[in-house]
Design a protein around this ligand. Structure first.
Ligand code: SAM
Ligand code: DTB
Ligand code: SF4
Length: 360
């Protein structure tokens, strides 16, 4: 079975009419049944032992006007991240060359903006053209896009646009107040209309309930076309952000029916409501992270599901379970945007231990 994606409408059996209840039922399956189903789905569309790798570069760091509760780059929080100007194209291309030399196939350029300004577009299109000419796939994440901006980037050769919905519509307002869920969906529509591929996912461990995780997956899976790439991030807790300390939890969701969950590597009981012991620590059970990956794989069978931020806090065994659950992409290289990621040689060692091959 080829790993290259055909145009989605030609693939029989892709559904866009999932219900919340169906997704909750999948999330609640016995773990082995869920992983078996996800792995079976994965093998129908992908070579099971291949992983796609993308390298990130922050082309414009810090000082962002948005108040995303998780983000070290928001100007609303004192996190020690210095606000910088948009990088020079030459420096971006040098980083892209290094990424290619170390084995990345896609180069993702991220900017801490609410949206790009008209004056930034010429520099951004020059970066896209330059990176593309190195033989890399191109991806950008720049915040909200107007239709004309999306078209300009597409014309320059931008392959993917990353724009995450982050969580469920219901929980969104607890995490971000400076824009709406609909703003996110509008940009995704503009990106699609311009003919680019969509990279869209979210973050787990922000205090969301299982219902919120199901809601996020529901939105993704019921988009008119599934995002070609679905990044599932584990919250990287950065000091100074609103979500740095799990004791400063968002309270409104703190009720029995939909308990919040933040990540802890400790072996505490699951807080997910998925068979967790009553009154257990309200930490995100790593196995519930794996479950979410598995359900993303089942709902969006031909999408690349990316095990994204947070791998520094994951054991090799947890990452192996994520691959078994259908994850087939990672961010590769020692830095995400501002926070650390496993070094390339560590990932290569992990892939070798698992008999996995990096996609060319
Ligand atoms: N400003 C643009 C935007 O928000 O779309 C692009 C950059 S933004 C940093 C890209 C994504 O990174 C966010 O949507 C979020 O999902 C993820 N992210 C940011 N901070 C994170 C953190 N501390 N832990 C996990 N994911 C994070
Ligand atoms: C995504 O879903 N995760 C990446 C990428 N898309 C742009 C970003 C993760 C950022 C983690 C925090 C940081 O390094 O600043
Ligand atoms: Fe800005 Fe993006 Fe960070 Fe939100 S996630 S504060 S929009 S850089």
């Amino acid at each position: 079975m080829p790993t290259a994606l055909k145009k989605q409408p030609q693939i029989a059996g892709l559904r866009h009419d999932w219900t919340k209840q169906e997704i909750l039922s999948l999330l609640a399956l016995p773990f082995s049944d869920l992983l078996f189903r996800a792995q079976t789905t994965h093998r129908q569309h992908f070579l099971a032992n291949e992983v796609q790798v993308s390298t990130l570069l922050s082309i414009k760091t810090g000082g962002c006007a948005e108040d995303c509760a998780y983000c070290p780059q928001s100007a609303h929080y004192a996190t020690g991240v210095k606000a910088e100007k948009l990088m020079d194209t030459t420096a971006v291309l040098e980083a892209a060359r290094r990424a290619k030399a170390s084995g990345a196939s896609r180069f993702c350029m991220g900017a801490a903006w609410r949206e790009p300004k008209a004056r930034d577009i010429p520099a951004l299109t020059a970066m896209v053209e330059g990176v593309k000419s190195l033989g890399l796939e191109t991806c950008m994440t720049l915040g909200m896009l107007e239709p004309s901006q999306a078209l300009a980037l597409k014309d320059a050769g931008l392959d993917y646009y990353n724009h995450n919905i982050d969580t469920s519509e219901e929980f969104y307002g607890e995490i971000i107040t400076t824009r709406t869920y609909q703003d996110r969906l509008d940009t995704l529509e503009n990106v699609r209309a311009a003919g680019m591929k969509v990279c869209c996912g979210g973050i787990l461990g922000m205090g969301e309930s299982v219902d919120d995780r199901a809601g996020m997956l529901l939105t993704l899976a019921n988009l008119p076309e599934h995002p070609e790439s679905v990044p599932i991030n584990l919250l990287v807790k950065v000091e100074g952000t609103k979500l740095a300390d799990r004791t400063s939890r968002i309270t409104h969701h703190d009720k029995q029916a939909s308990k919040p969950a933040t990540f802890s590597g400790e072996a505490s009981g699951s807080s997910s409501g998925l068979g967790s012991p009553e009154g257990s620590e309200q930490n995100l059970d790593p196995l519930d992270f794996v479950r979410t990956i598995a359900v993303a794989r089942i709902l969006m069978p031909v999408s690349y599901v990316r095990l994204s931020a947070g791998r520094e806090d994951m054991s090799d065994e947890m990452q192996a379970l994520c691959f078994l659950a259908g994850a087939n992409s990672v961010f590769y290289g020692e830095k995400l945007l501002t926070t650390p990621n496993p070094a390339a040689h560590e990932d290569m060692r992990l892939f070798a231990r698992l008999g996995m091959r990096v996609m060319g």
